[in-house]
Ligand binder design. Structure first.
Ligand code: PMP
Length: 390
């Protein structure tokens, strides 16, 4: 019932935001965000920051992880992770499942890494054999994988890829911008060394926070550097004492924290903790199943080629014959905001529907109906298909 939050019933109802981030934000999170800014040393801010840092370990399932939360977007989180563990001349293997994996390769190159990319056809994940072969050949310091590539909706087998990296003595680095808080990710059990996300997707807060979780091997790689990271702002060494101090409720200053966003993040993480990560991941799986049943009923084809490599946080769907990107505007007219394509190989051929955060049956029904109507179909069949998965 997120979209029914309009304060005054005479106001036109805001369209339901169903893009793959930013997403709809719960009222308590908005309230936390909208309160007057606190001093970054105010005990209320300090308490919220401390709780947020602690709660992040439960979201990433990284009891031995060091969370870092700074002002910035997901791209900064990518750069922060890379800048701290990669030195000029280090080798890296990038598992390529779309636009954001390609971005990771560019970030690595900017920080001096020699990058080997293991790719696959659009909508596919490279085979584990291909990944292992690339890792054996390159002997990299780090293997990166985009958990969910938001451009393709492809879900990568992070657990298996982290195991390959670990077996070859490489660090594993997961871009979890479109997965953390929605997909299963168990950093400690799976041996993932570094994972990153941003506030505006499955964590359910507004955009503006870059979030990195560094486990001991990643911190050790940072400490063992011969040269300081090329980025001053992103240097773990600057932020570590700050994060530790805030978590211990003894604030310290390096650069002004985005206090309103920290308050919002804490509210959102508290809501996630109430739901519990296992239940939250199961809910995302349920929502994805219901959405997929509706798409199949409407004859829409998914960009990810296998169900096992289809994200639970978004759907990427080809336009049916005779339909073009103007569908996105027509769905908007029906009250739901969805996104067009992003991957350069197929940008004009598909669209994307985000279903992460607090999406439930009401949002599924609203979204499925809007898309059906915009396609000139009676929504009843698709709605029944979605409901049959309940
Ligand atoms: N990685 C992935 C998987 C993403 O989906 C995004 C954003 N859509 C990014 C990185 C970059 O994040 P931002 O746009 O917040 O910089």
């Amino acid at each position: 019932m997120l979209h029914a939050m309009t304060k005054d019933s005479t106001e036109p109802k805001a369209p339901l935001l169903m893009i793959p981030g930013p997403i709809e934000v719960e009222a308590p999170v908005l309230a936390a965000m909208g309160a007057p800014p606190l001093s970054h040393l105010d005990p209320r801010l300090v308490a919220a920051f401390s709780r947020a840092l602690t709660l992040l370990r439960d979201v990433f399932l990284a009891p031995d992880g060091q969370p870092l939360v700074v002002a910035g977007s997901g791209t900064l989180a990518m750069e922060m992770a890379v800048a701290n563990v990669v030195e000029r001349g280090d080798r890296a293997v990038v598992v390529d499942t779309g636009y954001f994996s390609a971005r990771m390769a560019r970030v690595l190159e900017r920080h001096g890494a020699q990058v080997t990319v293991v790719g696959a056809e659009l909508g596919e994940v490279p085979t584990l054999d291909a990944i292992e072969g690339a890792v054996r050949g390159a002997r990299p310091k780090v293997v990166t994988v985009t958990h969910v590539d938001t451009s393709t909706g492809v879900l990568a087998p992070v657990r298996e890829i982290a195991a390959i990296a670990g077996a070859h003595g490489a660090l594993s680095l997961v871009d979890g911008v479109c997965s953390v808080g929605g997909e299963a990710l168990d950093m400690a059990a799976w041996g993932v060394d570094l994972a990153l996300t941003a506030s505006q997707k499955a964590l359910g807060a507004p955009p503006g926070l870059a979030i990195v979780m560094a486990r001991p091997r990643a911190m050790e790689a940072h400490r063992a550097r011969k040269t300081p990271p090329a980025s001053f702002y992103a240097d773990f060494a600057e932020w570590l004492p700050i994060m530790k101090a805030y978590e211990a409720k003894t604030p310290a200053y390096f650069a002004t924290p985005p206090v309103n966003l920290i308050m919002a993040l804490e509210a959102s993480l508290a809501s996630i903790a109430r739901e519990g990560m296992a239940a939250r991941v199961a809910r995302h799986a349920h929502v994805a199943k219901a959405m997929r049943a509706a798409w199949t009923q409407m004859g829409l084809r998914s960009l990810p080629r296998q169900a096992s490599s289809s994200a639970h946080t978004l759907s990427a769907l080809y336009y049916p014959d005779g339909v073009d990107a103007s569908l996105v505007a027509r769905v908007r007219d029906e009250g739901v905001v969805i996104a067009g394509g992003l991957h350069p190989e197929a940008r004009t051929k598909y669209f994307r529907v985000g279903h992460m955060g607090n999406t439930g049956d009401a949002e599924i029904a609203t979204t499925v109906s809007a898309i059906a109507r915009a396609l000139g179909k009676d929504p009843a069949g698709a709605l029944a298909a979605a409901r049959s998965q309940a």
